[in-house]
Ligand binder design. Sequence first.
Ligand SMILES: [Zn+2]
Ligand SMILES: [Zn+2]
Length: 499
Amino acid sequence: LLTAPTDHILFSNRSQIHSSLKHHEKALMDAEMACRLMPLWSKGHVCKAQALVSFGRIEEALREYLICLSIEPDCRLAKTEAHKLLSEILAPVTDQVPGPISDHSNILSSRAHIKSSLTSPVQTLSPGFWSSESPLSVPEVSKRSQEISETMKIHDCLLLKRKRRNTEEEQGTKGRQKKSKSEPVHESESLSSVSTDLMDPTDLECSLCMRLFYEPVTTPCGHTFCLQCLERCLDHNPKCPLCKEELSEYLVQRQCCKTEIMKKLISKYLPSEFMERQRVHLEEMAELSNLNKNVPIFVCTMAFPTVPCPLHIFEPCYRLMIRRCMETGTNCFGMCLEDCLKGFADYGCLLEIRDVRFFSDGRSVVDTIGGRRFKVIQHRERDGYNTADIEYVEDVKVDGDAECELQSLHDAVYEQALVWVNSLKVEQRQRIEGHFGPMPEKDSELQASPNGPSWCWWLLAVLPLEGRAQLPFLALTSLKDRLSGIRKVLLFMAQSKHR
Ligand SMILES: [Zn+2]
Ligand SMILES: [Zn+2]
């Protein structure tokens, strides 16, 4: 070695000797030296890969084999070893999906692409590039492998595009030498210059909405969609829209692997398309969060201000509706009683989502509480669910003598209500309190809320009244009228009890 200190073959041979003597550290050092001395010598990379494998540094070893293949595409050893390492890395994914990523040959045969990784190793298998923000709590290994499989898919996609371009060129200008094949790839060529050339917005299109990916997510089966598009599909069928892989478990967890690398690729290489896509998204969100126009309406039951209303959601249209309410951040939708003529009643109550629990079949239980009352101005529809333009209904305040009268009426009806509640059987009362909570106390300030005292709404919810009989109370803007109405119902209840 003293006589030929820069001979890469010597270092490579000595590395193999070290390795057979199980001097792994020395073997790796020599292999690294061989690669440094002759970066485009494939055997050096094979040597280094073998040394790395002995340390269990699988991804780095894979990278070396890929580099080797980029230099010598027909190297059989590198091919088999790379396949072996890939399936090792992807094992957690392939366990779930029988044979999803079978076509490694695309990746392995792209000379130019792997070459580019030589000069910018950060873009290939460096962990930093995949700083996933996904909330997944799955073991690190399977997360990594998913990320790797994502990367592979992007590579696939880019390569396909490249191939397509080549064929187009071939057909278009016969005889002319094809740039991508004939031109030697310079070591200085960076990924960005390669990819900008290859990148086409249609490569990064969601197969469901045919638009540029927005908040792309990748399913366990390795398919990527916009988060919202995928969720809408899963509302109807808990299977991957592309490969029909069962995604029920994925639905329960509601945690999807946000495809950070895809996001980064899009914002880096398609900045203007990304900006436009984002603008459209924000516009949609703004429109969806309007609580006066086109407000989502759940047509189901009576809801009252301040009264809890747990809901069981199973229809696809309402799954979408609830999700949108949460995505926009309003967490609100209107609840209206069904009306056989108009579709839904003219008055309703906003419900605010407090909690959602999802089940594996896509059903969910949504815990809500009543908010403002509203009058329906215009019936509309959006993506299969009802919407409405609405106007909010508020109590008209009174003062002076009218206020004093109101206070005494209020106190009297409250006492009557207490008598009725206390007359209930223990089990009955427990059932009511389990569902709606205990009867609220009197409000300290009678007219403070635009909906009046909450105990009135609680009572209306628990009194054995039909929806049709409850509905007019929502429309009343006079607390006095509401109290008088309640008193009538209580009187009727008391009378029918004595009969
Ligand atoms: Zn989409
Ligand atoms: Zn799939």
